[in-house]
Design a protein around this ligand. Structure first.
Ligand code: AMP
Ligand code: MG
Length: 398
């Protein structure tokens, strides 16, 4: 059995970033920039402007009563020049009149019919100078992460209507099993609903890929081989679930081996020991275990980093934190366990991990309730309450 690290290393070999495509900015959320660094073409803001509704003045004229000679609103283009002893009423975002160097907020002003009394104010107060957020010609580094609303705002303020992002890797998803039926139809004796097609498709989308769901295929070696070959042909990566273990009806490993190469098929991980990795038609092919919990956890540990590598991103993009276990949970000492837990903050500001429910690999609800996977190393037989382990935060905090 390979360790988690050895397996991951082998799965990442040779994965090069996808080519770039240019998208309108309103379609860039969650997409990965093709280049993480760009040069600002303009100053942001493009001109000196007011940070407040108030009066644009010369600081040397304060304190005192000034004559109000006009008004400038956001979007104003031509401006009168501010003379000594005068003030111009100004709105937030409006350009500073030439000659003015300071803004006094309207809340601090006492207005009369023919003038305004303003307190002493430091020069430059409430003026946002041109380029103070981003200077023209300067380098703008984007986070090595999918574009967030804030990063999209940065690009928009720089005047970019479209942006180059990595094409999303196309991931074919093929569930195997005689027992599977698509949700929506009736269940006959012995049948279950296919969860993995949907679970893995969602996980692919979440990791930045484009899922291509294939109709589930029964446990027939010839059919599986045909469908694996066809699915791989139209994709950048192939994810099969079920049928990778040692049962008499597990045909996925053989299919991968016959169609391409099989690199390995067992990892010292719990859940998810049987996991086949190889290539079909030059595309990476991964056979995940059929239990939805095992399929999703191994997707998280192995397929998600592969998709990120195809997007030019390192690692899994998850936060890791030391957390304190609250309960004893048994595990297989030969494998590293990823336990389904809820990380919550305790009264004195520390973080503790409560089991999200039973840890059986057919217990799906605890995975849905978990916000983290607690990593319990090889060699350990059980977690002990009060012991600190590392957790991978995978979900929102409810
Ligand atoms: P397998 O890996 O094929 O031996 O399947 C292990 C377990 O996962 C069995 O109980 C299967 O019925 C179940 N399983 C396999 N594929 C799916 C799927 N797509 N959706 C839900 N359960 C599945
Ligand atoms: Mg099966």
């Amino acid at each position: 059995m390979l360790s988690v690290e050895e397996a991951r290393e082998r799965m990442l070999i040779g994965l090069a970033p996808m080519p770039a495509e240019r998208l309108p900015l309103d379609r860039c959320l969650g997409r990965v920039p093709a280049a993480l660094s760009l040069q600002a073409a303009i100053d942001v803001p493009p001109f000196d402007n007011s940070a407040m509704d108030g009066f644009a003045v010369r600081a040397v004229d304060l304190p005192g009563e000034l004559r109000v000679v006009g008004e400038v609103a956001a979007g104003a283009a031509t401006l009168l020049r501010l003379e000594a002893g005068t003030a111009v009423r100004i709105m937030t975002g409006a350009p500073m009149p030439p000659g003015a160097d300071t803004v006094v907020p309207v809340e601090l002003a006492t207005e009369h019919a023919d003038g305004v009394v303003l307190p002493a104010t430091p020069r430059g107060e409430y003026v946002r100078s041109a380029g103070h957020d981003t200077a023209a010609g300067s380098r703008v580094d984007l986070p090595g992460a999918p574009l967030s609303p804030a990063s999209i705002a940065v690009l928009a303020t720089l005047g970019m209507a479209a942006f180059e992002v990595r094409r999303r890797p196309r991931v074919a998803i093929l569930s195997t099993g005689d027992e599977l039926v698509a949700p929506g139809g009736p269940l006959r004796p012995g049948q279950i609903y296919d969860a993995n097609s949907f679970a893995l498709s969602a996980a692919v989308t979440d990791a930045g890929g484009e899922p291509l769901i294939q109709p589930a295929v029964p446990d027939d070696p010839i059919l599986i081989e045909q469908r694996v070959a066809a699915a791989a042909a139209g994709a950048d990566l192939l994810v099969v679930s079920g049928g990778v273990s040692v049962g008499r009806h597990d045909h996925v490993r053989d299919a991968i081996e016959r169609l391409g190469t099989l690199d390995f098929w067992r990892i010292a991980v719990q859940p998810g020991k049987p996991l086949a990795f190889g290539s079909v038609a030059g595309r990476p092919a991964i056979g995940l275990p059929g239990n939805p919990v095992s399929a999703l956890v191994t997707f998280e540990l192995f397929v998600r980093p592969m998709l990120r590598a195809l997007l030019g991103l390192a690692g899994d993009g998850r936060m890791r934190l030391p957390v304190c276990a609250t309960q004893r949970i048994d595990k297989d000492p030969d494998r590293r366990a990823y336990l389904r837990v809820r990380v919550v903050s305790d009264r004195d500001g520390g973080l503790r991990a409560e089991p999200a429910g039973g840890q059986g690999s057919a217990q799906l609800r605890p995975l849905a309730d978990a916000n983290a996977l607690l990593i319990v190393p090889e060699g350990v037989r059980r977690t002990e309450a009060g012991t600190t382990y590392e957790a991978i935060l995978v979900g929102a905090v409810a």
